[in-house]
Design a protein around this ligand. Structure first.
Ligand code: AMP
Ligand code: MG
Length: 495
């Protein structure tokens, strides 16, 4: 059933990882399986057998050709450097080449204690696994670069967290699991050879356009500087997309920042409902470091940490290397601002570029903040208000009149778009989702699965989220913000 493995990471020198077989679980049961993804990965589904799949996706049986290992990495957690984190509960099986010819890594998350576990149990609670499954797949459907979820298995074990929970394993698929923290691990050990190996691997896998001999007159260091620049560009685009969806990652530590530009490590992540740029959900983010509005600048901070690891590759002269890196890190800010504007222009139904567009978008956000409007529904509601004020949109804004003043200003701008009102409305609906993984819905799904072994709500929500831009008759409730009693104010990392 498994596609052939094409091992890359396992062929790196031994100091990049520790070989480690998943720890068997007592009663593996497949509770979710992503068939379309399995097909694109080249799985042979004619031979699909649920109980065998449960053996594989729990780690009880290692597929032929896989060489399981735990990757080494370091990371800044909430600003504090830890030189040795590594996969404490994840095992990389290896890479496969998918139907589009792309390398994809398969990883079992929750596969048991590894030498990097640092006293923790190496397992993942079912709630965290289902959240990552739902949210990562939703992000993919929303058009955001992300790791994917291939399968979820319950283990038959009970884990002791805040409350006892069933144990589970998630099979995660990623372009790679190279993180800023992977570079930091080796830089902290002054292992320049390893940093170079990682940089070359990142270029080969994620930025192949930077390959090839350096043009005449150019130094080899420029390739690595171009790598930093390319990673920065992807991070700017990624975070702008998050901002456009009201997505809060929750733990933007450098070990959770992927070099590929994919969203990775869904822990206490959540989508904002009532718009407030200071929103924080994660219970462990006491200082609000990873609040919605801080995300773009945290990404830049993380890039600066990446730059530090690469300095010796940029230039033999340290001062000159620092000057080059600084220019790239500084260029991130205007780059991000451009990406942000492109995202929000689209959200407002604009395709032309005009001077006042940023102010127009910001004024809408200010009206949303003042009226505590639901971020997702407010943008979606604009599709109804292209020609005249729509009561459903106005109702989202409590007691605030700034929206009434803003709408005519927006319509005056739309008039210069050379598109009919119907075309503009269609554009708005194509980029502003109706359905997002709302926290209370995710919590309901988790409670049904963890407390009653009922996965029907999970399947239902997964299906709704597979078409986030299309109104689905009979599923209106999924588009609604949480009722007062179910509002989620805190999320937990589930580690
Ligand atoms: P995360 O917060 O999921 O990004 O994890 C940060 C670090 O803690 C990583 O090194 C993880 O592998 C490790 N970790 C998280 N949860 C567990 C667990 N239950 N057992 C062992 N290690 C864990
Ligand atoms: Mg992590």
């Amino acid at each position: 059933m498994f596609p052939e493995f094409s091992l890359r990471y396992a062929r790196l020198p031994e100091r990049f990882y520790l070989r480690f077989a998943p720890v068997p679980v007592p009663e593996p049961r497949l509770v979710a399986f992503n068939r379309p993804l399995a097909e694109t990965l080249g799985f042979d589904l004619d031979a699909f057998d649920e109980s065998r799949a449960a053996q594989w996706f729990s780690g009880n049986c290692v597929p032929e050709g896989a060489e399981p290992l735990a990757q080494a990495y370091a990371g800044h957690q909430f600003g504090h450097f830890n030189p040795r984190l590594g996969d404490g509960r994840a095992v990389l099986l290896g890479e496969v080449v998918d139907r589009e010819g792309r390398l994809r890594e398969l990883q079992l998350k929750g596969a048991g204690m590894t030498p990097f576990s640092r006293g923790a149990d190496g397992r993942a609670p079912l709630g965290a696994v289902l959240r990552e499954y739902l949210v990562s797949e939703a992000m993919h459907r929303l058009g955001v670069p992300t790791t994917r979820a291939l399968a979820a298995v319950t283990t038959g074990e009970r884990l002791f967290r805040r409350v006892p929970e069933p144990g589970a394993v998630l099979t995660r698929v990623a372009a790679s699991h190279l993180r800023v923290g992977t570079f930091q691990y080796f830089a902290a050990r002054d292992d320049l050879e390893a940093v170079t190996t990682l940089a070359d691997m990142a270029i080969e896998r994620h930025y192949p356009e930077l390959q090839g001999p350096a043009p005449a007159g150019h130094q080899e260091g420029e390739r690595y500087l171009a790598l930093l620049e390319a990673v920065a560009e992807r991070q700017a685009a990624l975070v702008a997309q998050w901002m456009g969806l009201g997505f809060i990652h929750g733990v933007m530590n450098t070990d959770n920042c992927a070099i590929s530009g994919e969203t990775i490590d869904y822990g206490p992540c959540a989508f904002m409902e009532a718009y407030d740029p200071a929103t924080v959900f994660s219970s462990i983010d006491e200082g609000g470091r990873y609040a919605y509005r801080n995300q773009p600048w945290i990404a830049q901070w993380n890039l600066a940490r990446l730059a530090e690891t690469l300095l010796p590759l940029f230039d033999d002269d340290q001062e000159s290397a620092i000057a080059k890196a600084t220019r790239v890190i500084e260029a991130y800010a205007p780059r991000y601002e451009d990406e942000w504007l492109a995202v929000f222009r689209n959200k407002l139904g604009l395709t032309r570029e005009e001077e006042g567009d940023r102010a127009l978008a910001e004024a809408f956000l200010e009206a949303m903040a003042a009226g505590r409007a639901d971020f997702t529904l407010a943008f979606r509601g604009l599709a109804e208000a292209v020609e005249e004020d729509a009561p459903a949109l106005l109702d989202l804004f409590d007691g605030d009149t700034s929206l009434r003043a803003w709408l005519p200003r927006w319509r005056a701008r739309l008039a210069r778009e050379e598109a009919s009102p119907a075309e503009i409305a269609a554009r708005i609906r194509a980029v502003n989702p109706l359905y997002i993984p709302r926290n209370h819905q995710v919590e309901r799904v988790i409670a049904a699965a963890a407390e009653h072994d009922d996965f029907v709500p999970f399947e239902a929500l997964r299906e709704v989220l597979s078409e986030p831009f299309t109104a689905q008759p009979g599923r209106e409730a999924y588009a609604e913000p949480a009722p007062a009693g179910e509002r989620v104010l805190r999320t937990f990392c589930g580690t």
